[in-house]
Structure formats: C-alpha cells, structure tokens
Design a protein around this ligand. Structure first.
Ligand code: ADP
Ligand code: F6P
Length: 323
C-alpha cells in the first residue's frame, strides 16, 4: 500500500478544493493512505499532517479557498527548512506528494524532487495562469469571471456618466486576467506585461474617440505593469478629462469556482494520483487542448512563448473592436 500526501501552497485559487477532493478520493479508490498537509510548505516543515478519509472532503467542491489552508514560506527556500520538511515526509512514510500551487510552489516542488529524491507531482493552482505546459491553471477562469462581473457593473456608471475609468486587475507578472477581462468586458485599452504602452498615444486615442462620439472609455491595467491610480493621474493631466479608477484586488481570488475550474481540479487531482501511482515524479499535470499532459517542473516554471503570442493577438482584437 502506498501513502500519499497533498498540500496547497502560494496564493489560494478557486478550484483548489475540487482538486483536493479528487486527490483524496482517487487515492482512497486505489486503497492508498492519504494525508493532507496544512498551510503549504510551512505545515510541512512543522509536521502539520492530517489523515484524510473520503468524508474529509465532503461538501467542498463548490467552495473557493482551500480547506488545507496555504502560505508563502520563506523558510522552505533554505536547505535547513527543506531538511525539516523531508524529515517529516520520511517520518510519515510518504511515498508521493501532490503540490497544488503556482510558479513558486512548483520551484519548491522541483527542489524536493531533484535535490532530496522525494516523489512529487504538481497541480497548477493560481489565478495568474503563469505556468507553461497547461492552457489553464486552477482559478484563472473564476478570477476572470469575477473581474468581468465587476467591470460590467463599472460599465453601467461609466456609460451613464460618460467617464473614463481605469480598472486594475491581479495577475502578478502575467497579463492573462487583464487581457481576457479587457476583451470580454469591452474595454477600450489594456495595459499588460510584454506590450509597451505610451500614455501620449492612449490619450490621443481617447481624444479621437470623443470626436467620433465615443464618450466612455475603460482601460484595464495589469498590476504587474502599473497601478490604476497612477494611470488615472497621467490620463487626467494629459487630457484634462475627469478620470476615475478602481483596484479590484483580492475579490478576484475568492468565490465559488466556475464549472471549468471544478472540471480542471477534478481531472488534475485524479491525474496526479495516477502519475504518482505509476512512479512518475518531478512533473506537473496540465491540460492542453482538453487532454491531460505531464510537463517537467523545470519547463512548467518558464514563460510560455505561445501564451505571449496569444495575449498580443487578443489585444489586437480588443483594439479593433473598440473603434
Ligand atoms: P505561487 O506558488 O502562488 O507562485 P509563491 O511564489 O509565493 O506562490 O511560492 C510559494 C512558496 O513556494 C514560497 O513561499 C516558498 O515556500 C516556495 N518557493 C518558491 N520559490 C522557491 C524556490 N526557488 N525554492 C524553494 N521553494 C520555493
Ligand atoms: O499569485 C496570485 C496572486 O493573487 C497575484 O495575482 C497577486 O500579485 C498576489 O497573489 C498577491 O499576493 P498576496 O495575497 O500575498 O498579497
């Protein structure tokens, strides 16, 4: 009989609970023991393990956040922190670990596999969608829909009062949320990583738009490039028009996962247990064109050129459709 463990690490993301449910029940289905580790790598260092059974994951499929809790843990980046973590995994006789988290969590998981010989498989869980080897990470779709709901509401007042509005969205160094929400929310412009923006050009566009009778203007800005307040000030100084701004913040990380995020969590969870059962390690599960794939952690942590190309294509479409 094998013994597996699962933890969630880094920023929480909607769909993590669905993934935990799937890991736990897929492991039990295979007659494995399964532990949940609390608070990510911090709990691993402290030996905060919890034996799970099928009922431990009842009624969590629709919930955001993570029942295992999560953390950012500086100590785990040190050798002594990693040694404590590995000692606990050995003490509990863990044959395989599932790490649900983002880019940083995968770097930690890679260190556990490569330097310490632990069998680890990752599940991409982050609203940022900043992992290669998968079209989507858990939580990104829910975050886009949450931000979209906010923009739709902002649009009501923007349209009624003929205003310019700057909306800042999350995404760390990535433009995934900004671009999807910009295009689907009917924004006039998007400021996102990998695409130089010039305030002068943006203001020329706004003035030209007003001449064509286009009075409302929404700019979505990715937090990794600039802050909404600063862009608001720059546009106002340059044009003299009234500009308002809002930072959506952590509401984008919460809420019930969309059907897509639940589906991903459930498929990723089962695939991670399959991978560990088949003796695989140092790999992340992902989904490409609806098929489950496995990618080495080292590759999964790099930026995907394909995704950058798609961002630019969606931005071009946003500009064309905002005439
Ligand atoms: P995310 O996984 O959402 O990207 P972080 O970047 O905060 O979030 O990473 C989560 C945790 O992963 C960090 O707090 C740390 O414990 C661990 N981690 C990140 N980078 C490394 C690294 N290079 N080596 C070891 N552990 C790391
Ligand atoms: O990685 C997920 C994320 O929500 C990013 O989009 C954001 O930059 C960051 O985490 C915020 O982290 P914290 O909640 O620690 O402030």
């Amino acid at each position: 009989m094998k013994t597996l463990a699962v933890l969630t690490s880094g920023g929480d993301a909607p769909g993590m609970n669905a993934a935990i449910r799937s890991v736990v029940r897929s492991a039990i289905y295979r007659k494995f023991n399964i532990y949940g580790i609390m608070r990510g790598y911090a709990g691993l260092i402290d030996g905060d393990f919890m034996k799970m059974n099928a009922r431990s994951v009842s009624n969590i499929i629709a919930n955001g956040g993570t029942i295992l809790k999560t953390s950012r843990c500086e100590e785990f980046k040190t050798k002594s922190g990693q040694r404590k973590a590995v000692d606990w995994l050995k003490k509990r006789k863990i044959d395989g670990l599932v790490v649900i988290g983002g880019n940083g969590s995968f770097q930690g998981a890679h260190v556990l596999a490569k330097n310490w010989g632990i069998n680890v498989v990752g599940i991409p869980g982050t609203i940022d969608n900043d992992i290669a080897g998968t079209d989507y990470t858990l939580g990104a779709d829910t975050a886009v829909n949450t931000a979209l709901d906010a923009i739709d509401k902002i649009r009501d007042t923007v349209h009624s009062m003929e205003r310019i509005f700057v909306v800042e969205v999350m995404g760390r160094e990535e433009g995934f949320i900004a671009i999807r929400v910009g295009l689907t929310g009917g924004a006039e412009d998007i400021i996102f990583p990998g695409n130089d923006y010039k305030i002068d050009d943006m203001c020329d566009d706004i003035r030209a738009g007003r001449k064509r009778g286009k009075m409302n203007w929404i700019v979505v800005v990715a937090e990794g490039v600039a802050h909404a307040k600063d862009i608001e000030k720059l546009i106002h100084e340059e044009t003299g028009f009234e500009v308002k701004s809002v930072t959506l913040g952590h509401i984008q990380r919460g809420g019930s996962p969309t059907a897509l995020d639940r589906l991903l969590g459930l498929r990723f969870g089962a695939a991670s247990v399959d991978a560990l059962a088949n003796g695989l390690t140092d790999k992340a599960v992902g989904i490409i064109a609806d098929e489950i794939v496995l990618t080495d952690f080292e590759k999964a942590c790099k930026h995907s050129k394909k995704k950058i190309g798609l961002d630019l294509e969606l931005y071009r479409l946003t500009k064309i459709l905002s005439i």
